[in-house]
Design a protein around this ligand. Structure first.
Ligand code: SF4
Ligand code: SF4
Length: 98
């Protein structure tokens, strides 16, 4: 039987299990997002707490010295955990536009 490019729900693995290593990167969780994190760099102390708590592992510091963290929006799902855990409350969640 020929498989279509987008599988029907009856063709998905039970529990939508990850069935091969490294396949999580193919699941672009940014598509789920209704809010995005916005940083106030004046309040950021670059402690890295947001990096540790992000469940998607999508917050990174830049390669340059003295850079601030930012989220890879391909994978940020807008859960707001980073904003909840930031000790200086410098991350605010902003509604995505339609
Ligand atoms: S947790 Fe807050 S203060 Fe710490 S690096 Fe992240 S944004 Fe900056
Ligand atoms: S909103 Fe959630 S997924 Fe997005 S950067 Fe913050 S902790 Fe990570």
């Amino acid at each position: 039987m020929a498989q279509s490019a987008t599988p029907k729900w009856t063709e998905l693995a039970v529990g939508t299990a990850i069935i091969e290593p490294g396949s999580a990167r193919q699941n672009r969780t940014g598509d789920w997002r209704s809010q995005r994190p916005i940083w106030d760099h004046d309040k950021c102390i670059r402690c890295g707490v947001c990096v540790i708590f992000c469940p998607e592992g999508c917050i990174h510091f830049g390669q340059e010295k003295d850079t601030y963290p930012s989220a890879d929006l391909e994978y940020c799902k807008g859960c707001a955990i980073c904003a909840q855990e930031c000790p200086t409350t410098c991350i605010q969640m902003m509604e995505e536009e339609e």
